[in-house]
Design a protein around this ligand. Structure first.
Ligand code: NAD
Length: 467
């Protein structure tokens, strides 16, 4: 049982804090946004993450979790480990904005009272831990303190929507350390999270920092690769979903992150891919492959939008366009870099009316688009009012649709940015189905339907739209 401080009550900070508290550690969360603190103190998690509210409530009740709004107050308690989980958004030039990281480091240096291990959990470029070390040391020097401390890197790999599971049962834990003491502290802390056999992998700090970017860039590369392949499939009359199935059964390839569609979004892939390109450029290594991953992703959104416009001969003025799905992926209310933002902006700029529904992200989108978009309460409300349907997030409730219901759409057309449905079903109901990689596939017969004769254990059904 350790005393721990977690800076930042965002997706990563709150999940980290709640899961560490569940393992009987005493955790203090520091959040500078007073609205978030108030909401948490009232038992409300300020965003949607399945299961997180229950975990936080029980940790508050057992007094394993408390919230404060400044670092000085949290360090009064002399935590042994301080996790920095602040945001690292993109700057104009693609580099990571580290101002929150630097500020947190300075605050730690000003208030540290005893030895602590400071752990960067935020996704940060190589060299950040070293700079954090210098900033803390310089604050200690200013007050003539001889306190010792260490800085480690422990990148986080959780997925929004399944974050608690990912944290409690990780594939692996990566720690970048430069001392035995730091390694011992992190090994002890994470021991209860490894009982299912996952390894804790220790390495140097720069290697740990780079591992996070390399992992996200690899996943984004798979998505962009399949998206470009989907465009070719459209030209050649192939069905990209069948191609994916065929590829995924190769054990060397596997099935994850192979779905094509409108492209990835979210708070991680777009910014981390760009930060990696920037990190390469700043260190004399052009990351040309990663540059192209970003470019393909951007183009994919434009291609999807242009397919809507083509269908309407470039005139969507006064069209009522229905949208299912606003979050960047299912099971989250996060709309950071969600493709829906680009699609809605373009449609509004061309004079279309947008009627939209999302099971969790409506409030966040409403804050962005105000009353320029009509937000409705159910998926049915969208199709009853709209001329056509655009699917942008593959929530379960959109996957299990009664196709006959879609015939209510006035223009009888569905634009699917996530390739969710069997084309033959929509064509059976006389609905034009425009996709990314399946639009020009020949009508399927039972013989030619991606059917597998032998039962397969490979799961290829889940679309991936970001981390
Ligand atoms: N969201 C994800 O799925 C995910 C997954 C893995 C890694 N990451 C990385 O983790 C980091 C955090 O991501 P997030 O999505 O949780 O961010 P977030 O923006 O949701 O949360 C960050 C929080 O930190 C708070 N904060 C900033 N400076 C502070 C300070 N000095 N004191 C107290 N609070 C402060 C902010 O108010 C905010 O609430 C990023 O680097 C991100 O790339 C995110």
């Amino acid at each position: 049982m350790k005393k721990i401080a977690v800076i930042g009550a965002g997706y990563v900070g709150l999940v980290t804090a709640a899961c560490l508290a569940q393992k009987n550690n005493f955790v203090t969360v520091i959040e500078r946004d007073l609205q978030k603190i108030t909401s948490l103190l009232n038992g409300k998690v300020p965003f949607y993450e399945p299961g997180l509210d229950n975990l936080i409530m029980s940790a508050i009740q057992t007094k394993h979790l408390i919230f404060v709004n400044n670092i000085t107050q949290a360090l009064e308690d002399e935590p042994e480990i301080i996790f920095s989980c602040v945001g690292t958004p993109s700057q104009e030039d693609g580099s990571a904005d580290l101002s929150y990281v630097w500020h947190a480091a300075e605050e730690i240096g000003k208030s540290l009272k005893t030895y602590a291990l400071v752990v960067n959990k935020s996704t940060v470029p190589v060299g950040t831990a070293q700079r954090v070390q210098q900033l803390i040391q310089s604050e200690l020097d200013k007050r003539s303190s001889t306190l010792s401390f260490s800085v480690a890197s422990n990148p986080e790999f959780l997925k929004e929507g399944d974050a608690i599971n990912d944290f409690l049962m990780p594939d692996r834990i990566i720690v970048g350390v430069d001392s035995e003491r730091a390694l011992r502290l992190l090994t002890d802390l994470y021991y209860p999270f490894l009982s299912h056999g996952a390894p804790l992998v220790s390495m140097t700090v720069p290697s740990a920092e780079l591992t996070k970017y390399a992992s996200n860039a690899m996943l984004a590369t798979r998505i962009s690769f399949m998206n470009q392949m989907a465009l070719l499939a459209d030209k050649l009359g192939a069905d990209i979903n069948d191609v994916k199935k065929g590829m995924a059964l190769d054990k060397r390839i596997g099935g994850a992150f192979l779905n094509s569609g409108i492209g990835y979004g979210g708070s991680c892939f777009p910014k981390d891919v760009r930060a990696l390109v920037h990190m390469g450029a700043s260190n004399g290594q052009r990351m040309s492959l990663v540059e192209e991953v970003d470019h393909v992703n951007e183009m994919q959104k434009q291609t999807f939008i242009s397919r809507i416009l083509q269908h309407y001969h470039n005139d969507v003025a006064n069209k009522k366009i229905g949208i299912w799905g606003l979050a960047f992926k299912p099971e989250t209310d996060d709309i950071r870099c969600a493709p829906a933002i680009d699609v809605i902006n373009k449609l509004l700029s061309l004079g279309a009316y947008v009627i939209a529904y999302d099971p969790a992200a409506t409030a966040n989108m409403q804050a962005l688009f105000k009353d320029t978009v009509t937000f409705v309460k159910t998926a049915d409300d969208v199709i009853k009012q709209a001329d056509c349907l655009v699917v942008l997030t593959e929530w379960q409730e959109f996957l299990h649709v009664d196709f006959e219901k879609l015939t209510v759409l006035k223009d009888n057309v569905v634009f699917d940015g996530r390739n969710c449905y069997p084309p033959e079903q929509l064509s059976h109901y006389g609905i034009t189905y425009i996709t990314m990689g399946r639009s020009n596939a020949s009508p399927r017969t039972t013989q030619a339907s991606g059917h597998m004769v032998m039962p397969s254990k490979v799961h290829v059904g889940i679309t991936q739209s970001g981390a």
